[in-house]
Structures are given as structure tokens and as C-alpha cells.
Design a protein around this ligand. Sequence first.
Ligand code: SIN
Ligand code: FE
Length: 295
Amino acid sequence: MGLEVIREFNLQHWDPREAIEPTSPQELTLESGKVLYFPMLPFELKPQESRFLSEHWSDGKTKNISYRGEDAPLQGAQGTADDLLELKAMMARFSHQARQLIEGLFPAYQQGLKEGFTSFRPARVEGRKTSWRKDDTRLHIDSFPSNPTGGKRLLRVFSNLNPAGLPRVWRIGEPFLPHAQRFFPEAQAPIPYKAWLMEQIRLTKTRRTDYDHYMGQLHDLGKKDLVYQETSPQQRFEFPPGTTWVVFSDQVLHAAIGGQFMLEQTFKLPPEHLVNPAAGPLAILEALAGRPLIS
Ligand code: SIN
Ligand code: FE
């Protein structure tokens, strides 16, 4: 497999409206499972913000620091009130720039886009111990057990901030279709009433649809299968510091195997706003299941 999964752009501004041809439908590129890569688009830190490139701002309980909007406190961070205010302002600025980027690149999504959380990842990827299910050094599509999307797509913007020249190293796997074809036959069928019960006892934030169930199955079956992890078609790619990339992380198989200090912004997009819904995970899984998976 070559590098055709990476699509490179020379964009140098977070507001791309002037720089990118309005005639080129980047929505289709993204929806076909490409990683849109911006090697000349750094997230610029203010001089006093470079001190945040340290692991000690993390409260040690979670691996990420999470920004959930102006009115909510930062999650997972520790420091004085003043420090945390500045860290929050840095994350809010990233969030704002990420939104500008996405709205400029993908005008078709503007109406439907919902902002998710912003995460700062100060921990080193290498040497982190976790359960196999949480192990993001294994190839996976994003699907979060307690956070059903109900069919909404997960669109993510990543920027590597490493001050010491360390790249963010990813493995990128095969396209979603062969991945789903491979694991769907092994997937367990959803258990009647389980989604309702999980919501009742707050294991999930909202009701899990059959789509969420099957996405979770793909996530787990793929991560558990060590032969698949080693032998499935994949490529390694290094995102140097000062670069940004955009991906549908519920579609593109990815694994983070190296690096430290990254910002990430999540957006959720209802599937009716896709330009080519047939290429997405919902349509592919519904075809495999032979029935609708969200209701
Ligand atoms: C992931 O989304 O699985 C991890 C990405 C990263 O931390 O580079
Ligand atoms: Fe992931």
C-alpha cells in the first residue's frame, strides 16, 4: 500500500477560504477515507504558552486534558487558577481555529457541524500501559463505549506541537469497507433491551443505536486480533511538529505509536450532511446487516 491515503495541501492559514479552490470538493476526498495533511499549518503558541508543553499540567488521572467550552472547567488538568485560565485560552484558540479550518474546507458541512471536545495530549505515547481496549497503539476506528454517536460522524483535527522535533507517528490501516467485511461476520448481534438498560444505569450518555453497537464491535474485534494488527495492509506515517491533519476517525483505521504534545478537536456531523453518504460507515454497515441501524 502506498501513501495514497495521505492528501497533502500547502495551506498556510487556518482560514482557508481564499487559499483553496472553491471548485474542488474536499468533502469527497475526506469522505473517501483520506487523511488531509497540512504540513505548513502549525498551531502557533504564544511565548508564554510554551510552558504548557510539559506533562506536569496533567492531573495524572486521565491521559488527556479536555476543554469543553467557555463555561466548563478544564478536565484532567492541574495548576494554579491563573495557569489553568491561560491553558484554557490556548485550547479555546485551537478550537476556534480548527472550526475555521473545517468550515472553510468543507462548506457542505457548515450547517450540520456540532462541536465536540478539544483535547490536549501532553503524555508520551510510547510506554503507556493500558488495557487492550484503550490501547490506541493498536489499529482501530474510533468508537467510544459510553458516548454513542447515533450515526453522527467523528471528524477530527490534529496538530503536533512537539518542541523537540518529535513527530506524531501513526499507523494507518486498510479502508473501512474491507475492514468491515472482515470483522462484521464475527460481530455479535445487539442484545434486545441492552441499549435501553445501559442508558438507564448511565453506562452510556444517550441511547446506543445498533450502529453504535456494530462500530464498537469493529473497534474491539480489530484491536483484539494481534494477527490482524501485524499483517493487515497498513502504512506508517510521521506527522512532524508544526503540522496539522484532518480525518474522519470513525472511518480511517489509525494507531498512534509515537510522539508527545498534540492538540485535537472533535466535531460531530449528522450523516445527512455528508456529500456521499454511501461511502460512510453507516451505509456500509447497513448493507452488511441488511437493515437500517439507526432509528
Ligand atoms: C487516537 O485517536 O487513536 C490517537 C491519536 C493520537 O493520539 O495521535
Ligand atoms: Fe483513535
